[in-house]
Design a protein around this ligand. Structure first.
Ligand code: UDP
Length: 695
């Protein structure tokens, strides 16, 4: 009917030129024979909504209820308030069945294993995941070091880094669903004998050359960071020679052994495992620390040599300063704050770090566009908290349905994913929300707002997951006693500022703006959980939203604006972009003359332009103008209320010295961040985004 077409047109007008370009190039379905488009953006959003609502039929919902939910899903996606991660947009209702962006695949120290987790099993699994648009993370720490013996061939092992090159080459060959390049995260724990090779794998002469499809991160434990601070030495270990730090294992929770008391595992866990068929509850008091594990490893004769932790750390810092790699993953923080810690130990994350996952787990993401929740009420600009709570609730339900609608490429992935039902609700458009509220990104007010938003979103996502559990039951490995609530270990706002040695206090304006958050009752929430359980073992996750933020026409994730005008290089071509929100503000000041815009476009920033109004210069500070400490504080604020990870790039100016990277990495650890990455401008040849308009 006529009304429907009117709706179509209005919704389409929400999409920016860049959004249409991206959708056209990679998302809209085409007829495989004629290559003609067979859908419009609204048809795509409808396809996704219909597919994810249809899952509810399995749970006994009536046709009317399913239809109603489809409308809700369609409404929140087409209004660009919530957008699921790319694989869900691309693959819903199509032949390719993966809807998730994040995977962690185990790599055992064998070519292949009967369980399918040897090196070449992992390579195969990776190919299947990349083919359909997923990103993969690996911990390579179980592989024996370079030069070690290989019994079967009486040969010499080539070491983890050389195997990583095989994964890299395979990634080059398989374009994800023909639509995007594969992305990998390679992790090596700081105790591994080949750690120095690993640290240098992407820097110096090897940058822009080796492992180009990998982000790499060193797994840094607390013992390691403490040794760095004290300048002590730490052991490097050959994992083949110890039962503790790695090695092939006969039983399911084996990866947890790095943390478990060996005798207790033999006596209690193994018998329980047999009885219960794979899932056991662990007693936390029996968990040993990694320091204790290292002592045992040393008794087993697995220590290859000792190195000074500070020298190793300096190498890491130098590499990151030079090329952006390696980052750090704080393995203890990750496991301490893992709600289902009793299922095993997490050793790796997906490519961008927002999902620390157990072996074989996958996670699907979706992000809320915060910019859409800034409203004007009685002439005042405010946050629409009720509207936000509603979208959070539907967002969690949507993401939980993705787990059921997913077609998994491997049984191991399906089993691990359905055991914990992790979902990751995130955000985008934070920087634009700040601007609309008149708050500068690099201010204590902005950090406070981040903290409060994160708390609000976590509360409502968790609540929504309880609601779904009431209807559909909790995730299968939910254990009401052992499940660990992350708020018990969240740093409060003042502690964040204290640790970072920032003296400012939040203003009354931002306190009033967020006062609803102070009324949330977490004790009540916990009572509900104890009664009904949780549908998902994790509920939130801050993803980079690299592409979906373009579709939504907003700033990405929790990042500041990158530039006020810039050239964006993506797979489909070059885009020149002038920030539309900035243009709006220029208009208010009658500064929207082509000459002015042209001038600004040359550098992409206005911070150094003394002829620009002071308020604009403050509000429109871009990524490289924001002091590093504010980048880190935003990441820390979001991490406190996040049961998964927070993806963030600490963007540094080209002139920043290595000491800045050192400070950022140390501060990140102290602030309870799970993983940290820096990127110094111009430090690599291939950069996704450039400043200013290049002629
Ligand atoms: N990812 C990937 N290839 C890409 C971009 C992303 O495999 O080219 C995966 C990766 O696991 C990443 C996750 O998707 O961590 C989320 O990235 P992002 O939020 O940027 O994805 P979007 O949904 O915006 O495409």
């Amino acid at each position: 009917g006529k009304g429907k077409w009117k709706d179509f047109n209005e919704k389409d007008l929400l999409l920016s030129y860049n959004a249409l370009k991206v959708l056209e190039a990679r998302y809209l379905l085409k007829d495989p024979n004629t290559l003609r488009y067979i859908e419009t953006p609204q048809m795509l959003f409808r396809r996704v909504a219909r597919f994810l609502a249809s899952v509810e039929r399995k749970y006994g919902k009536s046709e009317a209820e399913v239809k109603q939910l489809e409308e809700k899903f369609y409404e929140m996606i087409s209004s660009l308030k919530f957008v699921p991660n790319s694989p869900t947009l691309m693959n819903s209702e199509t032949r390719l069945g993966i809807l998730s962006a994040c995977f962690v695949i185990p790599v055992k120290d064998a070519m292949t294993t009967p369980e399918g987790d040897g090196i070449y099993d992992a390579l195969r699994a990776t190919a299947l995941v990349h083919q359909q648009g997923g990103g993969t993370g690996f911990d390579f720490s179980e592989l024996r070091p370079k030069g070690d013996v290989v019994a079967s061939t009486a040969g010499v092992a080539s070491g983890p880094v050389s195997f990583m090159k095989v994964f890299d080459a395979s990634t080059d060959v398989i374009k994800q669903g023909g639509k995007r390049r594969g992305a990998n995260m390679g992790v090596m724990h700081a105790w591994h004998a080949d750690i120095e090779d690993f640290i240098r794998a992407k820097t110096g002469q090897l940058k822009d050359v080796q492992l180009q499809n990998f982000n790499i991160s060193v797994g840094a434990y607390d013992y390691f960071m403490e040794a760095v601070v004290k300048g002590e030495s730490v052991p490097l270990i050959n994992p083949r020679k110890t039962k503790i730090a790695g090695r092939d294992h006969e039983y399911y929770i084996t990866k947890a052994r790095g943390y478990m008391n060996e005798e207790w595992i033999q006596e209690v866990i193994l018998s329980e495992l047999e009885e219960k068929g794979g899932v056991v509850s662990l007693d936390e008091s029996k968990v040993i620390t990694v320091d204790e594990a290292l002592v045992i490893a040393s008794k087993e004769g697995a220590v290859v040599r000792y190195v000074n932790a500070k020298s190793l750390f300096d190498e890491i810092v130098k590499g990151a300063w030079d090329s952006g790699d390696p980052g750090l993953l704080f393995i203890d923080t990750i496991n301490r704050r893992h709600p289902v810690w009793y299922l095993g130990k997490i050793n790796a994350t997906n490519p961008c770090g927002e999902e620390p996952l157990l072996p074989w787990e996958s996670c699907n993401l979706g992000s809320i566009n915060l910019e859409k929740f800034v409203i004007e009420r009685n002439g005042k600009v405010e946050i629409d908290w009720d509207g936000l709570a509603e979208i959070i609730s539907y967002g969690v339900r949507f993401l939980d349905n993705v787990i059921d609608a997913n077609r998994y490429p491997l049984k191991q992935i399906e089993d691990a994913t359905k055991r914990t039902r992790k979902v990751g609700l995130g955000v985008m458009g934070l920087a634009r929300m700040f601007i609309k509220l008149g708050i500068a990104y690099d201010s204590v007010d902005a950090i406070y707002l981040s903290y409060q938003l994160a708390k609000f979103i976590f509360y409502h996502a968790y609540k929504a997951s309880i609601e779904v559990a009431k209807e559909k039951g909790p995730f299968p490995t939910y254990d009401s006693k052992l499940y660990r609530d992350i708020w018990e270990s969240a740093l409060d706002f003042n502690s964040l500022l204290q640790i970072a040695e920032v003296a400012d206090k939040p203003s009354d304006y931002v306190k009033k703006l967020t006062s609803v958050v102070d009324k949330l009752d977490f004790d009540l929430l916990k009572g509900e959980r104890l009664k009904y359980g949780l549908r998902n073992s994790t509920v939130v996750s801050i993803a980079p939203t690299g592409t979906i933020s373009i579709i939504a026409g907003t700033s990405s994730s929790i990042e500041p604006l990158f530039a006020l005008a810039f050239v964006r290089n993506v797979a489909v071509g070059k885009f020149i972009e002038i920030d539309p929100l900035f243009l709006e503000y220029l208009r208010k000041y009658e500064l929207d003359d082509p000459e002015v815009i042209q001038k600004i476009a040359e550098s992409g920033i206005i911070g150094d332009n003394v002829f620009m109004p002071r308020s604009l210069r403050k509000l429109f500070r871009t990524a490289h103008e924001v002091p590093p400490i504010y980048h880190v504080l935003h990441q820390a604020a979001w991490q406190q209320w996040n049961d998964s990870g927070t993806s963030k790039t600490i963007n540094l100016r080209s002139e920043e010295p290595p000491e800045t990277v050192e400070k950022v990495y140390l501060l990140a650890w102290k602030l309870g961040i799970k993983g940290i990455t820096v990127y110094r401008d111009k430090s690599k040849q291939q950069q996704v985004i450039y400043f200013g308009v290049k002629k």
